[in-house]
Design a protein around this ligand. Structure first.
Ligand code: NAP
Ligand code: MG
Length: 452
């Protein structure tokens, strides 16, 4: 562990703490430890594995304030979000604690004997986490992986390692055997890449940019390594004239500016049916101006700073289209940016086509249902989206026509831990959360037992 890394508070630009990074040798040693721990963890009785996960959840819950404070300081998340994020880890662990005793196989009718299937754990699972939602995205990987009998090596993003390091400590405090859940802060090019190349790591769960995701998929091909990818998005918020326009407009800022827009589900395209366009924009301007960008530790904050100077600079490059209006943001130290509403000249604008990952949204009008659907689907991404209409038939037709993995009607919610989450097209591969996520952390084994 040769190098150190200064963790920066994005709201103040001050150093929060300095941590040690894992190098290649430390990564290999930890993977070996996880492989060894797998031999016994896979054989822990289902009810006991369930109890371990419930105890882990309880220890996390008992440190809710501490974890939330760390995420506020490390990531600039608002207090409201950070508390929700701790709860999400607790809920996901609790949800999957029911899984070990329900990991059912099948008994399939065959001639000459009995045929049964087993869901076998894979071995060591590598989880690579981005900086935008450090706690939830880690939990969506490690909770079902552990429940299915795998051991886990988890690499947090360089910017945001602090809550992951704590979760590793809490797993031990909860009594998980040493080596079952391992947190390895370090560089993507060293620790993350080793998950791809090390033969003892049998699966990689990656969330982050589409660019790195493609490289990971290509790398995993070498060992036919299992891979789940949660990548970028360019999601649409489609508002029909028959909708409750005031309600759609009031909730639109949260759907794109939450977490300072650093959300793969951010609705960065707003499509409004032309006859309702002006009314929508009037209400939307009021809502954006009310969106509070301030010290994220305040309970009243709706949005904090961006994660880094680099991200701030990247987001500024999208501001080359006409600006309709902006909200406000603090000045002084910190990576602050006001929520910004663009009216791009056409659908070729970068702000219309590319993932922004900052508090910038583009609004355009459409003329009818078919055009709205075509504009929303005109993207290489397909992660999320919203549809606002009072017409049930239209809600169903448009939901079926939009090429994305997660849609909300008359709501902007994206993620529930009990329902599947994942992307169409270049937004990803596979699904996380919900009842079927265990399938991504197990292999089906078929056994025939002869009557003879
Ligand atoms: P990224 O480079 O894809 O990083 C995501 C994770 O992968 C981090 O833990 C990173 O480690 C690791 N990583 C990087 N290169 C790797 C490699 N060669 N092998 C294995 N792991 C590797 O994303 P980013 O640079 O943080 O953000 C860039 C853009 O990606 C954002 O602006 C945004 O558009 C998008 N993004 C999307 C999501 C999402 O949820 N879909 C999340 C984050 C970012 P390091 O931290 O050490 O680089
Ligand atoms: Mg990167």
């Amino acid at each position: 562990m040769s190098t150190t890394y200064d963790v920066i508070n994005p709201a103040t630009e001050k150093i929060v703490t300095t941590i040690e990074h894992y190098d290649l040798a430390a990564t290999d040693a930890t993977i070996a430890k996880a492989a060894k721990a797998f031999e016994s963890w896979r054989n822990v009785a289902p009810a006991d594995r369930a109890a371990h996960l419930r105890r882990f959840a309880a220890v996390v819950a008992s440190h809710k304030e501490e974890l939330a404070a760390l995420e506020i300081a490390n990531s600039g998340h608002t207090r409201g979000n950070a508390l929700w994020e701790v709860d999400n880890v607790v809920n996901v662990l609790t949800y999957y604690s029911a899984a070990p005793e329900r990991l059912f196989g099948k008994q399939i009718p065959v001639a000459g004997g009995v045929d049964i299937t087993f869901k076998e754990p894979l071995g060591v699972v590598g989880v690579i986490v981005p900086w935008n939602f450090p706690m939830p995205i880690a939990g969506w990987g490690f909770a079902p992986a552990l429940a299915a009998g795998n051991t886990v090596v988890l690499k947090p993003a360089e910017y945001t390692p602090l809550t992951a390091i704590k979760l590793g400590e809490y797993a031990l405090e909860a009594g998980l055997p040493d080596g079952v859940f391992n947190v390895l802060p370090g560089k993507g090019s060293i620790v993350g890449n080793r998950f791809v190349t090390h033969p003892a790591v049998r699966k990689v769960v990656f969330t982050g940019s589409t660019e790195v995701g493609k490289a990971i998929m290509a790398g995993c091909a070498d060992q036919v390594k299992r891979v789940t990818l949660e990548l970028g998005g360019k999601s649409s918020n489609i508002i029909f004239a028959d909708a409750d326009i005031a309600k759609a407009a009031a909730s639109a800022p949260g759907s794109v500016f939450d977490n300072a827009g650093q959300d793969c589900c951010a609705r960065t395209r707003i499509l409004v049916e032309r006859s309702a366009f002006d009314t929508f924009m009037e209400h939307f301007e009021v809502a954006v101006k009310k969106f509070r960008v301030e010290d994220p530790s305040l309970a009243s904050a709706d949005m904090g700073p961006l994660i880094s100077r680099k991200q701030f600079d990247a987001v500024q490059t999208f501001l080359d289209e006409p600006i309709a209006f902006t909200g406000s943001a603090p000045s002084g130290p910190g990576y602050w940016m006001a929520p910004t509403v663009l009216m791009p000249k056409n659908t070729q604008a970068r702000s219309w086509r590319e993932e922004v990952f900052g508090p910038v949204v583009s609004v355009m009008a459409f003329d009818d249902e078919a055009q709205g659907i075509a504009m929303a689907n005109d993207s290489e991404y397909g992660l999320s989206g919203s549809i606002w209409t009072r017409d049930v038939g239209r809600a169903l037709r448009v939901s079926r026509a939009i090429e994305t993995g997660n849609l909300s009607v008359n709501s902007n919610s994206s993620v529930r831990y009990s329902t599947p989450f994942g992307g169409f097209k270049q937004s990803g591969l596979g699904r996380e959360l919900g009842p079927d996520a265990l399938d991504s952390f197990t292999e089906v084994k078929n056994v025939f037992i002869s009557n003879d």
